[in-house]
Design a protein around this ligand. Sequence first.
Ligand code: SF4
Length: 420
Amino acid sequence: MPSIDRRQSVTVNIGGVLVGSSAPVVVQSMTNTDTADIESTVQQVAALARAGSEMVRITVNNDEAAKAVPYIVEGLAKKGWNTPIIGDFHYNGHQLLTKYPECAQALSKYRINPGNVSIGRKDDDNFRTMVECAVKNQKPVRIGVNWGSLDQALLTKMMDENSKLAQPLETRDVMLETMVRSALDNAAAAESYGLRRDQIILSAKVSGVRDLIDVYKELAGRCDHALHLGLTEAGMGMKGIVASTAGLAPLLLSGIGDTIRVSLTPTPDGDRSEEVRCGQQILQALGIRSFTPQVTSCPGCGRTTSTYFQMLAEQVTNYITESMPEWKLNYPGVEEMKLAVMGCIVNGPGESKHANIGISLPGTFEDPVAPVYIDGKLAKTLRGDDIVGEFQVILDDYVKSHYGANGSATKAKVEEFVVL
Ligand code: SF4
């Protein structure tokens, strides 16, 4: 896979996780629990971390939430999780961080929204208070601009200036430029109030894919701050996944983006960790990072009259998801493994040979046998009623023999895994 030329950015240390061009692109997520509900928040952060979220943001919106923060961090530590916790502040962050110093100390980073921290004020004292709190506690910040809460005073000023131009820009372009200016001006102000460049991350989130690509390209070209990428309010299910991928992929392939968050709306009883797996899959599909073995499976067609291979593909995928927490610890490098589950002989053997382990199930009118290829060579032919079970045994054996202590995982792979 050709390497991607990362945009050079200043690397920021967030509670031990590095974000910037000298580090891999980091996947992060955000809880949707009431932060004041310590137990629920600890449970959800732990679930997100178990799914692979390398940092987790929590809402800090009132006194109860601010008071809960140190207990959440402590509760996670007791469970063995030291995932950095980021406080998401809007409107009253300056008050909460000042009033609750234990909260300010326990958090690993503060998210500041420059569009709503100083509403109704002519000065930026509230923003300055938050930055000074970050300086005092030596915490990094994200200056997170969002078009849904864009600094209205700045937007009005820029609209007015634009209207006086001989050739005014489109409203959309003025809005995107306002977002960039808001991020850059506030980053400069934060530096003037004492934060170092390696303590500042920027974001400029919009909900339109093409707007996202344009605003981040502009922002990336005008600074060397580490960038947090994300399509805001991406939506539910397939729409959210496709839109996030469509927005993030071109930027990541251009080397833009140091940490990502996928903002999916979960179904009422849905699994919040979906957004973590989605972020990981985006990075893995682009060949940027590996998180879990990948299963290549064909869509099936008229040559497969049964759903058997679909079941096998699903069961193998689920088995990998269930096994990964343990595999990750015991079999470094396993996340690079590639599997193929194919529906017939047309592309089955060919695709299987490109995978570490591949199985080609019998299509209509083919012999009821399933050849299994290991590292490109025909290794076994399965038949009968327990092809799924036998394939799982082959998979387990392969993982143990190739990625275990005596396997062939290279030292470099092991070291990379440990660093990640
Ligand atoms: S591999 Fe066979 S079953 Fe799968 S899509 Fe191709 S022709 Fe159809």
